[in-house]
Design a protein around this ligand. Sequence first.
Ligand code: SF4
Ligand code: MG
Length: 337
Amino acid sequence: MERLLEVEDLHVSFKTYGGEVQAVRGVNFHVNKGEVLAIVGESGSGKSVTAKTIMGLLPKKVSRISSGVVTFEEDDLLTYSKKEMQKVKGSKISLISQDPMTSLNPTMKIGHQIDESLKLHTDLSKMERKSRVLELLTLVGIPNVEERYSQYPHELSGGMRQRVLIAVALACEPQLIIADEPTTALDVTIQAQILDLLKDLQQRLDTSILIITHDLGVVAEVAQRVAVMYAGVVVESGSVEEIFANPNHPYTWGLLGSIPKQRQDGARERLIPIEGTPPDLFSPPKGCPFAARCEYAMDICVEKMPDSTYLTTDHASKCWLNDSRAKKPKEVAMAGR
Ligand code: SF4
Ligand code: MG
């Protein structure tokens, strides 16, 4: 498998009045060509910060990248100037954000918003661009494209607006789309439609997608691989089949226990929530970040951050239960699943 994007040992912190928040603490993952990788975690786990770092969207004044490499096409994106990053954004890597209402310009016609990106990154003539925009609107499943072309965002439903954002993201046929909670603002039926659309486009266009979500249901629906983030750390990663069938990390067990189930009335119900709250990232724990909430925690968990254990070539987990030096017999923990 060819790697398209690789993030290594990324550390990002934010200056605040209360001190420095260690939001991302040594994150490693990669996205292969043509695959969907999901980063899953609770809010505050550092997943959006990771996405923003890749896109060069961190607020310069208050953020600090103290280490890390983000390799894309053999270059480290973290060394790019603003201008160099501008060229990459939209043409090679696009972002689909959470809220289609604020991401679209309310005073600009839909068609023109897609056209902007083509104008910026291609040499197409005005006529060619128009037909490309109509093609893109069709591709993302928008009906009556000629009419929609001249409409404003407020004339479209939330689901349609999200489709427009996807069209904007696809305009220049990027190799990678980063989608940060792309369906969170939508109701359940529309969510499913948008996920189907992303999946379908990814298969047809062979684009890679990095999807950020707090919802394991979304992961199961669209991703081939998954990285589970907790308190700024990727605690487990692997293929979706592996992680769902053979989860290793107690935090992943907790997440799987809290997959929202669809109820008869269409509402979503959480199963067993994970008790407790994530650690304070002003002064992160030196050991396993999950120790305070983990029912299998041992002395060493509080003392020292566990290394990654590779359970298969692609399935890694950071938990002392995998280490023979840890005192507690693994069977005890396994029985708890
Ligand atoms: Fe629990 Fe220890 Fe594993 Fe952390 S390292 S998840 S505290 S058993
Ligand atoms: Mg977020």
